[in-house]
Design a protein around this ligand. Structure first.
Ligand SMILES: NC(=O)C1=CN([C@@H]2O[C@H](COP(=O)(O)OP(=O)(O)OC[C@H]3O[C@@H](n4cnc5c(N)ncnc54)[C@H](OP(=O)(O)O)[C@@H]3O)[C@@H](O)[C@H]2O)C=CC1
Ligand SMILES: CCCCCC(=O)/C=C/[C@@H]1[C@@H](C/C=C\CCCC(=O)O)[C@@H](O)C[C@H]1O
Length: 327
């Protein structure tokens, strides 16, 4: 009988996640039935949204790249890699006909399969579809991106640069700022050291056309104040607020929205509206990665037992690139 190691949420989060919120249990897995495969996690994705979306039974969500180690499904041979939404588990029995999110990973020379969790997966597709379909970007415009060295932010910035926009990234350390400059960003602002407002005035004296918001909170308020007439805001994430224990109060932007005729949109990549865009976006991202026109940085933590630590790091900025655990 195969045993699985499974991370569960033991106590509800209160503020920033802590190691004691999690427990590691062992589970006996059932024998395989028809159309089932047994997979073993190779790389597990670590994403900010886990902070909010935990199953009622304490199951932790998320995708993993996993190896098929037993198979009762002819199209899923042993040894193949899949990308599957299996959560924080070392081993999982997956029903190939019923699983909502399961796909075989095709081998692409030069690309690690772990990219299926990052630039060639959910975060990359988020960046691609939200930027091209929702931001109405035009060459010559100015875009500001927050969490700019991360999985989503770095991809948005590079896509914008490829299209001829002036790209301003905001990130939380000197190293991260140097990194995004090396990717081609025109300006990098360290929000932990620089005065964001002054730095934006210098980098974008005529204002900002697009604000790609990954963080919300006070940083977003400052960027909002720099938007030009007909500016667009894409709210992709609000990571600075996920650990809040009290309701956030921010500036009321109604007057700016009205008089500058701003367009503000939220975006959730898993909305069915975007499902038809997934494969185009992924194929395009793979092609850009292979040509070196988009670069991907991964922050890999070794060991399934480190899942909680790798997750907690997202909220201190200790990850530098797409957070992944190698089992
Ligand atoms: N809408 C959608 O469908 C999706 C949305 N997202 C969202 O995109 C955002 C980025 O996700 P992802 O690229 O995976 O993660 P990242 O790889 O960017 O990692 C998270 C980063 O957020 C930054 N951060 C953490 N706390 C704060 C804070 N208080 N203020 C400012 N920055 C902070 C840190 O970078 P630094 O050191 O620079 O502070 C940290 O490294 C998240 O908000 C996430 O929820 C992600 C996927 C899909
Ligand atoms: C904690 C909120 C995070 C929002 C931004 C984000 O990181 C989204 C990530 C999605 C995530 C969204 C999950 C649920 C959306 C709520 C609407 C619903 O369907 O109930 C999940 O789909 C994976 C990431 O794509």
């Amino acid at each position: 009988m195969t045993k699985a190691q499974v991370w569960k949420l033991k106590t509800a989060f209160d503020g920033i996640p802590k190691p004691e919120n999690f427990e590691l249990i062992e589970e006996d897995l059932p024998r395989l039935k028809d159309n089932q495969i047994l997979v073993q996690a190779v790389y597990l994705s670590v994403d900010p949204y886990f902070r909010i979306f935990v199953g009622s039974d304490g199951d932790l969500p998320g995708e993993q790249v996993a190896k098929i180690i037993k198979s009762n499904a002819p199209d899923y041979p042993v040894g193949s890699l899949v990308c599957v939404h299996a959560g924080w588990r070392s081993h999982t029995v997956v029903n190939v006909t019923k699983s909502r999110r399961l796909e075989l990973i095709r081998e692409v020379p030069g690309l690690s399969p772990s990219l299926w969790l990052g630039t060639a997966g959910m975060p990359g597709v988020t960046a691609y579809v939200s930027f091209f379909d929702k931001c109405a970007p035009k060459s010559g415009e100015v875009i500001v991106v927050t969490a700019a060295s991360g999985a989503v932010g770095a991809t948005v910035g590079q896509l914008a640069k490829n299209l001829g926009l002036t790209v301003i990234g905001i990130a939380g350390s000197k190293d991260k700022c140097e990194y995004i400059k090396s990717l081609g960003f025109d300006y990098a602002i360290n929000y932990k050291e620089d005065n964001i407002s002054d730095a934006l005035d210098k980098a974008a004296p005529n204002g900002v056309d697009i604000y790609y918001d990954n963080v919300g909170g006070a940083i977003a308020d400052t960027v909002f104040g720099k938007l030009r007439s007909h500016g667009r805001v894409l709210i992709c994430g609000l990571i600075s607020t996920y650990n809040n224990t009290t309701e956030e109060t921010g500036r009321n932007w109604s007057k700016d929205i009205l008089f500058k005729q701003l367009k503000i949109q939220g975006f959730i990549v898993s909305d069915p509206e975007h499902s038809s865009r997934f494969s185009t976006a992924r194929n395009e991202l793979i092609s850009l990665l292979r040509q070196g026109k988009v670069k991907a940085k991964e922050h890999v933590t070794e060991g399934f037992t480190k899942m909680p630590a790798a997750f907690i790091e997202l909220f201190t900025g200790a990850n530098f690139g797409k957070a992944i655990v190698k089992a």
